[in-house]
Design a binder for this molecule. Structure first.
Ligand code: AMP
Length: 597
């Protein structure tokens, strides 16, 4: 493992929080947590270079929770996030860490949500606000959010906020917060503008960076499956079924709770599986490993700590069911396979928002990790049928077959059917409870993940289908797995101006190139304020004084109203249906230059 800190108790957290962490199944701190938590508890400002999947949320959330006075129903911490998705996710995490803190209240506020509801929620009070910059700024301006009691300010995914064009809003918020507070800035990368913001607003910050040590991992086939359209458990069993050289597997998850849950689920599906976690004493641990060696168990579901040092040659597969915190953990995990000169297989599940970690691992191991196409229903059926045929072929060579052949002839004669039909009936009996065909649909093929673009990847990124904290139905309808709208072309599409296609409507907005606006600023604002995922946003054409943008038809009035009030680079966009002529923008205005298609 990459960190020498073994326990949360070493980091200076309170007993209440330690108890909560045990309850939610966190065994050991991740490297970023081990380094950040003591620094933040000491009250220092901090720059943390970490990305999603490293456990950075708990790294800032746990120390922040220690400072909250629950009796004071005023915002004492503000966390800024680039997207509403992340705001909700962070709020959920905080709520789970507040398990033993009765009365604790965290409020996510983001664009696209009704103001009426938000105002009510703000009036009711909250200890922590997690919000997107535009909306937070708005509430500060309207004085519906008061930060006089602020103790902690966190900028989460600062580089994403920059990329989405929110950096001016972030700076505005930093300018309008009381001076006396601790500030933590987290960013996966450190572009110049973020560094400048850090220099200007953070006081003697400690800088913490998780090293990604390079390592070679030879003789192991490495693949990843992009989590989408199907529950991870179903995907796992499909994959394991069709893997050719499957013998035994270690499956890595993050929490103790998850080891037990997954072991139970796999047992229920007929696998010989057991959990291996820090709750097991040495004797129980050795027993599990012995059983894996002897073949009494085929699958062990483990946390990083519990799997340390396991050396079982028959482990043909390592599955990273939950992505590891860092590259060292990855290298350590996959080193459990490919032992004693055998070939090994490492399968990594990657949610779209974890794509950065995948790329980091690839860079650190200097090896590409190939995408894995999820086996189709037909693949699984073919595999099962092949196994069935093999078994039958074995029995055909067995002794004593004549006795049964006789019975088959008798049945055929008595039932007046052919031997083939009798064989089919027997096969059916033999497979009772073990169907050769699997139920359910094949998921649609996953959309390719481009680089590090989290906005592109936001649809279906949740790996477990559970309702989210504070969530309301997104627009467009995300009820099913399939998007309601066809994926429009790239925002940067500069082809001939044509009427919007299908379900899209073209709107005009009052910001253009003369306001210093770029396409990404518009996408960011619309995505957050109207709750429209960026992939549903169609072509955007920038003109001097205005721009046009294609949005899905049937926009709810709430979203339309939110967009009327939205500002980009401080300019109200005044969204309205486009009249059709580029130079008709803003009434009498004329374009100084040709439109920028
Ligand atoms: P993050 O990088 O903050 O998005 O965290 C990624 C995931 O790791 C979340 O599902 C967390 O609940 C989980 N997680 C964070 N820290 C720990 C830990 N110390 N032990 C187990 N799971 C953790």
């Amino acid at each position: 493992m990459s960190t020498s800190v073994e326990s949360f108790a070493d980091l200076g957290l309170s007993d209440t929080l330690l108890q909560t962490l045990t309850q939610i199944g966190y065994e050991t701190p991740s490297p970023i947590q081990a380094q950040c938590i003591p620094v933040l508890l000491e009250g220092h400002d901090l720059i943390g270079m970490a990305q999603t999947g490293t456990g950075k949320t708990a790294a800032f959330a746990l120390p922040l929770m220690e400072t909250i006075d629950v009796k004071l129903m005023k915002p004492q911490a503000l966390i800024l996030t680039p997207t509403r998705e992340l705001a909700i996710q962070v709020a959920e995490a905080l709520q789970s860490y507040a398990k033993n803190l009765p009365g604790f209240h965290v409020l996510p506020i983001y664009g696209g949500q009704s103001y009426t509801i938000q105002l009510k929620q703000l009036a009711r009070g909250a200890h922590v606000i997690v919000g997107t910059p535009g909306r937070v700024m708005d509430h500060l301006e309207r004085k519906t959010l008061n930060l006089d009691n602020l103790k902690t300010l966190v900028l989460d995914e600062a580089d994403e906020m920059l990329r989405m064009g929110f950096i001016d809003d972030v700076e505005w918020i930093l300018e309008h917060t009381p001076e006396q507070h601790q500030t933590a800035l987290f960013s996966a990368t450190m572009p110049e503008q973020i560094r400048r913001v850090a220099q200007k607003y953070l006081v003697e910050p400690r800088e913490i960076k998780i090293k990604s040590a390079t390592a070679t991992v030879a003789a192991i086939r490495q693949v990843y499956w992009q989590v989408s359209g199907m529950h991870k458990l179903d995907a796992l069993t499909r994959i394991l079924e069709v893997e050719d050289d499957f013998d035994a597997a270690i499956i890595f998850v993050r929490t103790k709770t998850a080891t037990v849950e997954l072991a139970d689920k796999l047992n229920a599906r007929g696998y010989a599986a057991a959990a291996l976690n820090g709750d097991l004493n040495q004797q129980m641990r050795e027993r599990v490993i012995e059983q894996l060696k002897s073949g009494a168990l085929d699958i062990v579901i483990a946390t990083d700590v519990a799997a340390r040092g396991i050396d079982v040659p028959r482990i043909s597969h390592v599955v990273n069911y939950d992505i590891p915190y860092d590259t060292e953990a990855y290298v350590h995990r996959i080193g459990r396979t490919g032992r004693a000169g055998r070939t090994g297989n490492a399968i990594l599940f990657v949610a779209p928002r974890e794509i950065r970690m995948l790329r980091t691992i690839e860079r650190a191991t200097r090896q590409p990790i190939a995408p894995l196409t999820l086996p189709s229903r037909a693949d699984v059926t073919n595999k099962r049928v092949a196994g069935f045929k093999e078994k039958v072929a074995e029995v055909l060579n067995a002794e004593g077959l004549e006795f049964f052949a006789n019975i088959v002839s008798q049945i055929a004669e008595e039932q007046n059917v052919g031997a083939e039909e009798v064989a089919a009936a027997l096969a059916m009996m033999a497979q009772e409870g073990k169907p050769l065909q699997i139920a359910g649909e094949d998921p649609p093929p996953a959309r390719p993940m481009r680089g590090d673009d989290r906005r592109q990847a936001s649809f279906g990124e949740r790996d477990e289908h559970r309702p989210r904290f504070g969530e309301r139905p997104a627009f467009p309808d995300r009820g099913g797995d399939k998007p309601r709208f066809e994926r429009p072309r790239d925002h940067e599409d500069r082809r001939q101006r044509t009427p919007p296609t299908g379900d899209m409507v073209r709107y005009r907005i009052d910001v253009g190139r003369e306001h210093g606006v770029q396409v990404k600023d518009i996408v960011g604002a619309i995505a957050n304020e109207a709750g429209i995922e960026s992939r549903f946003i169609g072509r955007i054409a920038l003109y001097e004084e205005s721009s046009t943008i294609e949005l899905p038809a049937g926009m709810p009035s709430e979203a339309a109203n939110a967009l009327k009030r939205t500002r980009v680079r401080g300019v109200p966009i005044n969204l309205r249906p486009d009249e059709g002529r580029p130079d008709s923008a803003g009434g009498e205005r004329k374009f100084k230059k040709k439109p920028n298609y």
